[in-house]
Design a protein around this ligand. Structure first.
Ligand SMILES: [Fe+2]
Length: 165
């Protein structure tokens, strides 16, 4: 088992976990967008996938800047969340209900990312790494905006259609 003995290394491990989170998400969002039926949901997922690629590149640059390996960690919590999302989608029948389930799963993934970026940005701040903190806040803000958009979709047509189905 690996040991981490400094605050800085703990921060770097969080960044490496985040690289894994975004890498897994680029693949998962693509599958979710393919399955989504409402065009508004499909568009939101496709758009966030493009954002996810940028967020992943930002993290890879940060990890490299600190001389660490960007692919050193696998985030097992994200693996589990994605596994649950795929299981849920596979048991929901009907396009409207499946979209409502996709939306719920996507928001759970976003909330996990918001927590992870919030923690990483706070650690960067405590280490006095202002540039890192700014970059992490940029991604954090995008995740929050995505969550707001998904909430708007859920409260609008998607869950209404699923309830009526
Ligand atoms: Fe993200």
């Amino acid at each position: 088992m690996m040991h981490i003995s400094s605050f800085k290394d703990m921060y770097l491990a969080e960044l490496q976990e985040l690289v894994s989170v975004e890498t897994q998400l680029t693949q998962s969002l693509l599958r979710m967008a393919e399955i989504a039926s409402h065009p508004s949901l499909k568009n939101a997922l496709v758009h966030h996938r493009a954002q996810t690629e940028v967020q992943k590149d930002r993290l890879v640059s940060l990890v490299r800047k600190h001389g660490a390996d960007p692919s050193a960690h696998t985030d097992q919590a994200m693996q589990a969340l994605i596994h649950e999302a795929e299981k849920m989608v596979s048991i929901l029948t009907g396009d409207d209900l499946r979209d409502a389930g996709l939306l719920a799963s996507a928001q759970r993934l976003e909330h996990y990312e918001i927590a992870a970026y919030g923690t990483a940005a706070a650690l960067a701040g405590q280490l006095g790494l202002r540039e890192d903190q700014e970059i992490l806040h940029r991604s954090l803000e995008e995740e929050k905006q995505t969550d707001i958009l998904l909430t708007r979709l859920a409260k609008g047509e998607i869950n209404r259609d699923a309830l009526a189905a």
